[in-house]
Design a protein around this ligand. Structure first.
Ligand code: HEM
Length: 412
């Protein structure tokens, strides 16, 4: 109780979220919570919540089927974007990310094969080609360059668009609209407008496939869903649109930020950057370590207890929210030696940056391959890459729920 009062300036509950430490570390409060108060009472915009800080407890919470990720529940806590997100979900979007079993599992199963390791490994040559083309274009342009704009943002966009059958000319549009799902300090009105436009775009995508008499079911994921699910009446239009929506938005803001922030972290540790360039077989380990160390999503979606339950030996009451702090778990000193040190040789495959349990990231094999290729190709092709401004001048995304940089000015 004393700790909570100290951390909250005298209140009985902590305010959430807390501010990350720029550039790479979690909020300083997390270490104190792990050691003294692993389940901390928090005030989530007026809703009672528990912050879960230790690795083992976070994993247990994410596995618990007594906790729900269903944003349409009346007892689901509202965040600043809550009303909009809830409206999205009741209209069928954003699909299984916000559903509980068994419906979640049935819908997720329809697209698991597209993201299986074998399928994604077969895409390596194409991903390598895109990365090389983007690097060529950056090298041919002026110095300094913005690596976020030149490589980090377009790469995941190009790849997921090819998988979904979306024309390149639409990238800038859906890239811009997607950011409104995550931006803080945006008025409700503006958010609703921008996300409605994104919805309309996805609706149109599904409708145009459905209207195509020569639809080729295996051409891309959306065509297959329309052919196998919508036209056969197995799923309704909103559900198909919901799946297309989540696949479109879940991968690029996350992967783009991870590319830029991961590159920056490597540039701040030049020995590790050069080691990757000289020995690309380090790439799988390096990617896991960067995911752990940076945990760009501070926590997965909040959960709410459907019934009274016990997690980590602690009683949670029905209706209370649970926030599994994956960033804290990934820096838990009981689980990782020297957790605040970046060590690309560590072997941190059990990190929780992709979540855990039934909602564990569907796109993780794709994200892994993109990250492996981009970091090693940069380190091999541009060993002299360096920041073009002092670290303090890098515009970090402290105003968005997915952490990263707004721009990464580099030179070589
Ligand atoms: C779920 C992180 C890339 C698609 C998740 C979750 C996390 C996450 C933490 C769990 C959310 C929860 O439990 O509430 C990341 C990170 C990425 C990344 C850090 C990049 C480095 C991708 C990509 C895709 C993708 C490339 C491809 C489309 C999804 C989907 C879900 C998900 C569909 C929902 C899974 C479900 O509910 O069953 N991601 N993600 N993600 N991710 Fe990713």
């Amino acid at each position: 109780r004393d700790l909570i009062r100290r951390l909250s300036g005298g209140a009985e509950r902590l305010a959430f979220p807390m501010t990350r430490s720029v550039p790479f570390d979690p909020p300083p409060e997390y270490a104190a919570l792990r050691s003294k108060c692993p389940f901390a009472p928090a005030d989530l915009h007026g809703h009672d919540a528990w912050l879960v800080a230790r690795y083992d407890d976070v994993r247990e919470a994410l596995l618990s089927d007594a906790l729900s990720a269903d944003i349409t529940r009346p007892d689901y806590p509202q965040g600043p974007a809550g009303k909009v997100n809830r409206a999205l979900s009741t209209s069928g979007l954003p699909a299984f990310l916000r559903m509980d079993a068994p419906l979640h599992d049935d819908l997720r199963r329809l697209v698991t094969r597209d993201f299986m390791i074998k399928r994604v490994e077969a895409m390596r040559p194409r991903i390598q080609q895109v990365v090389d083309d983007l690097i060529d274009a950056m090298l041919a342009g002026p110095r300094p360059a913005d690596l976020f704009e030149a490589i980090a943002s377009p790469l995941p966009n190009i790849i997921i668009s090819e998988m979904l059958g979306i024309p390149q000319s639409d990238h800038a549009f859906f890239q811009d609209r997607t950011t409104y799902l995550f931006k803080r300090n945006v008025s409700d009105g503006e958010r609703v407008t921008k996300i409605s436009e994104l919805n309309d775009y996805v609706y149109g995508l599904v409708d145009s496939r459905d209207a195509d008499p020569d639809l080729a079911p295996e051409a891309d994921i959306v065509s297959r869903l329309v052919h196998d699910q919508l036209r056969t009446g197995k799923l309704d239009r909103r559900t198909v649109q919901g799946i297309a929506f989540i696949l479109l938005v879940a991968g690029h803001e996350t992967t783009g930020n991870m590319i830029a922030l991961g590159t920056l972290a490597l540039l701040q540790h030049p020995e590790q950057y050069h080691a990757l360039g000289e020995d690309p077989s380090l790439a799988p380990l390096a990617v896991e370590e960067l995911l752990r160390y940076l945990t760009i999503l501070n926590e997965p979606n909040w959960r709410v207890a459907k019934q009274d339950t016990v997690i980590g030996g602690r009683e949670i009451k029905a209706g209370e929210a649970v926030i599994p702090l994956t960033f804290s778990a990934n820096r838990d000193e009981k689980h990782y030696d020297n957790p605040d040190t970046l060590d690309i040789r560590r072997g941190a495959r059990d990190h929780l940056a992709f979540g855990y349990g039934i909602h564990q990231c569907l796109g993780q094999p794709l994200a892994r391959v993109e990250l492996q290729i981009v970091y090693t190709t940069l380190a091999r092709r541009i060993p002299t890459l360096r920041l073009a401004v002092p670290l303090e001048e890098v515009p970090f995304k402290t105003d968005v729920d997915i952490y990263g940089v707004h721009a990464l000015p580099v030179t070589w």
